[in-house]
Design a binder for this molecule. Structure first.
Ligand SMILES: [Zn+2]
Length: 141
């Protein structure tokens, strides 16, 4: 796991030869070792930047992005409680699903060029679901 840090010593990259002074941002990774002030060179050395994913584990080697984002998600085991589900809840769930479908189409028409399998898209969509349900609740009063 590596990332940006402020250099405590001045140094020079043994790969590309770029130098850095004390107190500047450099990229550093312990294992496998990679260090450089240039991001491109750092990545060339096998360095990864994990500052946005503090809980991820190094996947070892070169993993180019392509849907492998969730591979470090911890697996959670959950036992569903054995309870009777009343019709009211089922109707509510149906309403949520209808809102979801509506929100999906809304998000698509709002952002036609956005990939619908992205995290951003699903965030926008779930935001719209909340708004639709809120408006539904308000208009029933
Ligand atoms: Zn370098």
């Amino acid at each position: 796991m590596g990332g940006k840090l402020t250099s405590k010593y001045k140094g020079q990259c043994q790969f590309c030869g770029s130098e850095w002074k004390v107190g500047v941002d450099i990229l550093y990774q312990k294992n496998p070792k990679a260090i450089c002030s240039e991001e491109a060179c750092y990545k060339e050395q096998g360095g990864t930047i994990s500052e946005y994913k503090p809980f991820s584990k190094p996947s070892g080697g070169f993993t180019t992005s392509g849907g492998s984002f969730n591979q470090s998600d911890p697996t959670l085991k959950m036992d569903l409680p054995d309870v009777e589900v009343p019709d009211g809840i089922k109707i509510a769930a149906e309403t949520v699903l209808q809102s979801f479908v509506t929100a999906h189409h809304m998000a698509k028409s709002l952002y036609p060029s956005m990939d619908e399998n992205t995290h951003t898209f699903s965030m926008i969509r779930s935001n719209l679901v909340d708004k639709i349900l809120t408006v539904c609740a308000l208009s029933k009063e």
